[in-house]
Design a protein around this ligand. Structure first.
Ligand SMILES: C[S@@+](CC[C@H](N)C(=O)[O-])C[C@H]1O[C@@H](n2cnc3c(N)ncnc32)[C@H](O)[C@@H]1O
Length: 369
């Protein structure tokens, strides 16, 4: 397989690996295997990605000069680099980029003080977010025309203002082991950036959830893993800090006919306080934590990894499924977790092709006493 055929490779600050995909996979596989050799000497799995059109979410700057406006990225060698295409974004984004720029270029009201554009896609939908350094109320009718003329769900944002034209929610269908799962989520929430690899991650996590009693999930987002996994457990408690994500997670239960999940907005650290009896939360007033018999804990924390209180809590539970977007904090956390648990499965998910980043999945089992 050839290297990514992109004139901006190595200079736009996004894609940096200028080698064939086989070499990229080998490089990542070997680096991770070496990094985690002290914790695991079994077989590592590697889940690959398409090498173009894989990013479901993308954000570009808007660069203004005497030629007009262009999309831009923060360059790796210069402050900004103008770009007119991106090979790694979902084809719906790639097709819309020139049309949107042409439309906006022709309308001074839309062009002036526009500094960024974000695109979010699902299987069938696209949402565009325009970012302005001026009050978007002042150009409301032009924005409405843009949304109508290009048939777009559009959000325009400026300081403390947000205008929505069409819908600000996206609808996703993911297929896991031939079964469809349906999700709705909003523009501000976290989503996994590579749709096809996300499906592989969820499938892998499902394979780690055998003989489940109850599941505890921390950092659950809008229920990306929770909904498919809920079918393997009798009850699920899932928590997350974002209010919007929890609201969508509840809708996602309805969309999938799931009624054994209790989603609650609590940070992981707050939940630990509740478990430890240090603090009571109104949001848990209808939940008896003692009623759960957790056989599995699933964590998918942000780049910083899990807090010490979470690591301390996990040590008593039989199975831990740890999804990580940062191998360095995963390694740090494993130093603690592996005092009580043993890694029995390790997988890599190449969500971020052409970069040095890689997502990891680890299944740990409690050591016999
Ligand atoms: C890597 S994302 C994973 C989300 C979800 N598992 C998914 O696959 O879409 C991490 C999530 O943790 C949430 N988060 C960040 N800090 C948190 C904290 N201290 N406690 C609980 N959730 C947190 C974020 O809002 C985000 O939804």
């Amino acid at each position: 397989m050839k290297n990514l055929d992109c004139k901006y490779l190595g200079s736009c600050g996004s894609c940096v690996l200028n080698t064939s995909y086989e070499e990229q996979m080998e490089f990542k596989f070997n680096s991770i295997k070496e990094l985690f050799s002290e914790f695991y000497d079994g077989e590592f799995e590697f889940f690959d990605s398409g090498i173009t059109g894989f990013r479901s979410r993308a954000e570009f700057g808007i660069y203004h000069d005497e030629q007009g406006i262009s999309y831009s990225m923060r360059g790796s060698k210069v402050k900004f680099i103008k770009i007119d295409e991106c090979k790694i974004v979902d084809p719906k984004i790639a097709a819309l980029m020139p049309k949107l720029l042409e439309y906006v270029s022709q309308k001074d009201e839309l062009k002036t003080k526009l500094f960024g554009v974000e695109f979010i896609t699902t299987k069938d939908e696209i949402l565009v977010i325009l970012l302005y350094h001026k009050n978007v109320e002042l150009i409301k009718s032009e924005l409405e025309n843009l949304s109508l003329n290009l048939g777009l769900n559009l959000i325009a944002r400026s300081f403390k203002k947000k205008l929505v034209f069409g819908s600000s929610n996206l609808n996703e269908e993911l297929i896991i082991y031939d079964k469809s799962y349906f999700y709705t989520f909003g523009d501000g929430a976290f989503i996994q950036p590579n749709r096809s690899v996300n499906q592989k991650m969820i499938s892998w996590a499902l394979g780690c959830a055998n003989d489940g009693a109850d599941l505890l999930e921390l950092y659950c987002g809008h229920g990306n893993f929770t909904i498919p996994l809920s079918f393997k457990f009798s009850k699920v408690l899932a928590t997350e800090v974002s209010k919007a994500s929890i609201a969508n997670a509840m809708k996602n239960c309805e969309l999938n006919g799931v009624n054994n999940i209790k989603f609650t907005r609590l940070s992981a650290e707050e939940l630990m306080q509740a478990f430890n009896g240090v603090r009571e939360f109104n949001r848990l007033k209808d939940t008896c934590l003692k009623d759960y018999n957790f056989s599995h804990i699933l964590v998918d924390p942000p780049r910083a990894g899990c807090d010490d209180s979470v690591l301390e809590f996990m040590k008593d539970y039989e199975n831990i499924i740890y999804i990580s977007c940062n191998p360095l904090t995963l390694k740090e956390n494993l130093k603690t977790i592996c005092k009580t648990h043993k890694v029995i499965k390790f997988a890599m998910f190449d969500q971020f092709v052409h970069t040095n980043h890689i997502e990891c999945g680890v299944l740990l089992k409690k050591l016999a006493k």
